[in-house]
Design a protein around this ligand. Sequence first.
Ligand code: BGC
Length: 522
Amino acid sequence: MPAVGGIAPTGDKEYPGNLTLYVTVTCIVAAMGGLIFGYDIGISGGVTSMPSFLKKFFPSVYRKQQDHNSSNQYCQYDSETLTLFTSSLYLAALLSSLVASTVTRKFGRKLSMLFGGLLFFAGALINGFAKAVWMLILGRILLGFGIGFANQSVPLYLSEMAPYKFRGALNIGFQLSITVGILIANVLNYFFAKIKGGWGWRLSLGGAMVPALIITIGSLVLPDTPNSMIERGQRDEAREKLRKVRGVEDVDEEFNDLVVASEQSKLVEHPWRNLLQRKYRPHLTMAILIPFFQQFTGINVIMFYAPVLFNTIGFGNDASLMSAVITGIVNVVATMVSIYGVDKWGRRFLFLEGGVQMLICQVIVAVCIGAKFGVNGNPGELPKWYAIVVVLFICIYVAGFAWSWGPLGWLVPSEIFPLEIRSAAQSINVSVNMLFTFLVAQIFLQMLCHLKFGLFLFFAFFVVLMSIFVFLFLPETKGIPIEEMARVWKTHWFWSRFVTEEDFPVGSLEMGKGGGSLSKSV
Ligand code: BGC
């Protein structure tokens, strides 16, 4: 999850500041937060396609997998415990992000990061040494709790420590580190699967201990953010800290803005009630629908289960893991394209282009799989060109996602919520995302068994819906300063019914002066 608070202040302000050691270390720790999340997303599909892992923990799936010819390929992985292994993490993340927001606010970002790191470490340790299925699931739940804490605190910490001119880039940078985490997981799975004796999966699962340790140690050595100190009434120390963090003496302007922002955010007493006001209808709609749609692109079918899917459609184990590496690389590169283009081409263009691209690929993949596997799921011999075509279109699909809904699904909500509702709206955004991530992980293998190749058409249908939604209801937010965001709703053909001149008179600032855009979110 990207930097939820990562909105750059707007207007003409230029707070002085350098890329100091503090900031560099902060970025490394923050990158670890994204990395470990991505690692957990990517790792499970690879290990579940390793025969030794299946044999040990999911023997019935293993038997079906061995019995290639007589069983229906679509259903070979249809097992509730196997699904639970993947999905339990997201349910735990959903629950803990609700608790984590209070811990982060009341006790500071560092403590949440420390919790996150320790939970990650414990989860990875238990998974690496797992002897029974319950240990696997317990480990995944702990990792999920860790994700809730880390995703809440790391991005916030990052957005408060980074010089403002880097904040926008860091927002998508966090998403980039998620994709790098997924890729690392795919690459390690590929190599660890080759280890003789079939215990490579232990390294795959235990490998998450490395970034977990870095987060834990980071949270111990990194200082509190100036924002957090101001909130707790330590103004003089906060000013001193800001000087050190920025590496310059003259931090008065930024410091004063931080104080203003902190005071303003204290005035926000009822973020949840505020969110229900009529004038916030567009924001509420986006906070729910954007994460919902992001998950209903079907992306996590690929991210979680690519090796399983490739296996299902007839690739050998090695080829399946290799194909997952290839889609992982495409994911990283296409996210970079988004970083490059988001402020040039705008959000709407990327959303719509990505939608069309995903749609076309989903239909082609459905046709390819349908043509070979039919409805009974027994393909016979699969020619090589067929495998290449499927992987190619899955890659083009992943690229479409990775430069549209992937990063923008996080960026757009974070730039449209005014301070008054930011904490509540951001929690909804994160929770809805986790909820549907969980659901997709939970139902995919069953859906594959029942809907067969039609599964891709199911997600294609949602891609059509979301593209129409973007076309009609999502205004362009490129280059709009956060304090002028009300304008886009007031002039929108549909949302102007809810957001009127009286709600946000011209010249009124939604967020207070520049510093107000330093998020105190989540
Ligand atoms: C989504 C994740 C997904 C990842 C893939 C993120 O934006 O929220 O669910 O796995 O992108 O790169």
